[in-house]
Design a protein around this ligand. Sequence first.
Ligand code: SME
Length: 137
Amino acid sequence: ESPSHNTTEKLEKICHLLDQEFDYFNWTGFYFKNGDKEELVLGPYVGAVTDHTVIPFGKGICGQVAVSNETFVVPDVWEQDNYLACSLETKAEIVVPIIKDGVNIGQIDIDSHKKDPFTDEDRELLEWLCAELAKIL
Ligand code: SME
């Protein structure tokens, strides 16, 4: 479901904060499940405009996380067969699902222009963030 206006503002703020804090976070945004449909829709983000405003479940890194319910860290996106390129500059990606009451309702997606930049700490921070977000979404 699409978050409310107030929540959307919070998500925008989070995108901006993460974008400012980490120089290797070069596209930071949210995707949410589109109602009952087996697809993700783009939510708030900071970074280059993307063609991927709707992503079917199973497609790309994001679509795979929509069905796996697990964090997907991709050190080198060009080694992935099932990958949707947003920008030719992107080298790495991390996608963390937002699980609310056991249901995968969306995800945070971060692209990096750096190869293999994401640390265990980054992953833990983002998983903590998504757990917190699940409480207000
Ligand atoms: N690369 C993603 C698509 C979304 S863009 O990174 C913003 C994917 O493969 O699912």
